[in-house]
Design a protein around this ligand. Structure first.
Ligand code: ACO
Length: 401
């Protein structure tokens, strides 16, 4: 790396790589992807094993600190997160300023950004203790804010965290409990959502994570950086895809209409794409999609729900996997293809899907931000450009134009 840096310094050479298809922007020890083999490792551990045996907070600890926690470390970490789940009471008033029909991702961008206005004592990024407190606060408070965004959109009172529950059960309760009724968390749904969180926790230098790193490279505070990550995640080519998949499946409606949508996806004059298909890095099956498909079945079985959209999804996958276009372009289902059906069965409205992604990805963003800040060699991110505009020319007075 040092040699390459020197080469840049000496020759002024730089690469033109629109969309960063072949340019590493940083070194990282957090997440490894082998897109050809369909492998995803967090700190060396396969995603399949973490999803099967671990829980989300254990995964958070692993991503943040590099090792799986001992029982005592895990208990301490859980306690720290639990202690920070409340948000400042003024935040509740902050929410009242939004329209009820605001997209919850818009509310998340604003409310997470606003945390830096509430927690001044953890914005000094040069102080390791403040960095640790900011990281804890972010992971702990993001489900509370997400649940508040949901409750606000449906006109129900906010439900405060109940900290004898585990992280994901607490989140489900904040979303679905109402003051006038007893609410009992379904352990199967809680485990399924916890697994969905694990699958989404980090994915190396995707658009939102790169956004967080680039924002953080200027020294901006972590709350502002995560808000920038949430904004980037919102797009339909990224985290917004799970919402778009469900809309697409509903539009297809029945399996017999699939061929016409496949034909549209292949037509270069039609901007339509099969949402939930394709990935910049995975050129084989997305390993998260396999686990997600299994989780979808578990959730539908538990709830006794028969969703016609699942039949459409399975048939669409079957047809696409045998279609020359999709084979040639190596387009396979990605994690978002099945997550929407699962979240819908759990009663989350479509607009909340990307919010749930943001809840899970917060730890990845934080781990990457922390790694960057703690990397002695890190510098402000400053991409170059190839200028294709006018050559230098003289100003023309208004009367002569
Ligand atoms: N449907 C139809 N054709 C597709 C699709 C698709 N979903 N995805 C890619 N292609 C085609 C493109 O038209 C292009 O064809 P060409 O070579 O003839 O021009 C080729 O495959 C390569 O596509 P690119 O857009 O260059 O691939 P890129 O790596 O830039 O994009 C992306 C990856 C954004 C995920 C893309 O596959 C896509 O738009 N998928 C649908 C949205 C989606 O599911 N996003 C979720 C990503 S995963 C995540 O964020 C968690």
């Amino acid at each position: 790396v040092a040699d390459i840096r020197n080469l840049y310094a000496e020759t002024g050479m730089f690469t033109f790589d629109p969309g960063f298809t072949a340019t590493a922007s940083c070194e990282s020890k957090i997440t490894f992807i082998d897109g050809e083999a369909g492998v995803l490792l967090y700190r060396g551990y396969p995603i399949e094993q973490l999803a099967e045996h671990g829980d989300f907070l254990e995964t958070c600890y692993l991503l943040l600190y590099g090792e799986l926690p001992s029982a005592a470390e895990k208990a301490n970490f859980d306690y720290r997160i639990t202690r920070h789940t409340m948000v400042h009471e003024q935040m509740a008033r902050f929410f009242q300023g939004f329209r009820r029909d605001a997209h919850p991702m818009a509310v998340m961008v604003a409310s997470v950004g606003a945390l830096s206005a509430f927690y001044h004592d953890s914005t000094n990024i040069a102080d390791p203790t403040q960095r640790m407190v900011a990281s804890t606060r972010m992971i702990a408070k993001i489900p509370t804010l997400a649940a508040m965004a949901y409750k606000y959109s449906i006109g129900q009172p906010f439900v405060y965290p109940k900290n004898d529950l585990d992280y994901t059960s607490n989140f489900l309760r904040m979303c679905f409990a109402v003051p006038c009724e007893e609410y009992k968390v379904n352990p199967v749904l809680s485990r399924a959502l916890d697994r969905i969180f694990i699958l989404h926790a980090d994915h190396e230098q995707n658009a939102s994570t790169s956004t967080v790193r680039l924002s953080g490279s200027s020294g901006a505070n972590p709350f502002a950086c995560i808000a920038a990550g949430i904004a980037s995640l919102w797009g339909p080519a990224h985290g917004g895809a799970n919402e778009a998949v469900l809309k697409m499946l509903a539009e297809i409606g029945t399996p017999d209409r699939i061929p016409q949508f496949i034909a549209r996806a292949k037509d270069k004059n039609d901007p339509f794409r099969l949402m939930g298909f394709g990935h910049r890095v995975y050129k084989n099956y997305d390993p998260r999609a396999k686990i997600m498909q299994r989780t979808t079945r578990e959730v539908l079985n538990e709830l006794g729900v028969k969703d016609d959209l699942l039949d459409v999804a399975l048939e669409l996958e079957r047809i696409a996997l045998h279609d020359d276009y999709f084979i040639e372009k190596q387009l396979y289902p990605n994690i978002d293809f099945y997550s929407g059906i699962t979240l819908k069965a759990m009663n989350f409205p479509t607009a909340m899907f990307t919010v749930l992604f943001a809840v899970a990805r917060t730890v990845g963003w934080i781990a990457q931000w922390k790694e960057m800040i703690e990397d002695q060699g890190s510098r402000i991110g400053r991409p170059r450009q190839l200028y294709t505009g006018e050559k230098q020319r003289d100003y023309v007075p208004m009367s002569k134009r």
